[in-house]
Design a protein around this ligand. Sequence first.
Ligand SMILES: [Fe+2]
Length: 265
Amino acid sequence: MLPTVADMPSSDTALDSQAEISREILKAREEYAAAGVVETQPRLDYEPYRSSILRHPTKDLHHADPEGVERLAPCFGHLDLDPVEADLTIQHSGDPVGERMVVTGRVLDGDGRPVAGQLVEIWQANAAGRYVHKRDQHHAPVDPNFTGVGRCLTDDDGTYRFVTIKPGPYPWRNHHNAWRPAHIHFSLFGTDFTQRMVTQMYFPGDPLFDLDPILQAVRDQRARDRLVAAYDHDVTSHEWSTGYRWDIVLTGSHGTPMEEPEEEA
Ligand SMILES: [Fe+2]
């Protein structure tokens, strides 16, 4: 499981200013408001997110038989997961640098029922905003005690829980002086690999929200809000970690916005 390259720094020459990108975001918002149609999933073509235009398929998708695919695809089982994989702070010999936190929530279907036994995977930058990935070479330190990947299964109540470090914002080359809000990537596999869904979780009150074309590619404000975790003091523990809560709704009008599978590397 590697970090997605979708929002990694690229080698493209950064030409546009934040002001130009912000103008385009504003224009897209006005167009969305004028259209009067609720659109909760990210746009495939969202001009301020420059590479979005190049990355999605231009031809109709070829639909494969999911059961046929499953005969050849890798599989996972409950025995393949170790509970310690849900703690990203104990994967090395020392403590990682940064704000220790618990991120927990429930995976729910469109009717509010818990989705039990769901494989939830996360990947993220470290506290300095740096990924352990060859394409991330920006000037911030790699933490030798933090890889930034973890996974777990939801319990009978649909609850997942990770212990990790709060990621930092990081620059990317969508435009000049482009910075991503702090976020954690989430992947959910459904009942088999052909049902994989990928999204990102953000932190409340981030000043970069309005400037970020990836988040803004979800054009509905309430849908964007569903990507933002809530600080939860009941999840915070005494002299140990802060706590955030974030529920993931797989379908329906309150569904969590998901990225298109084709966007993943
Ligand atoms: Fe990222």
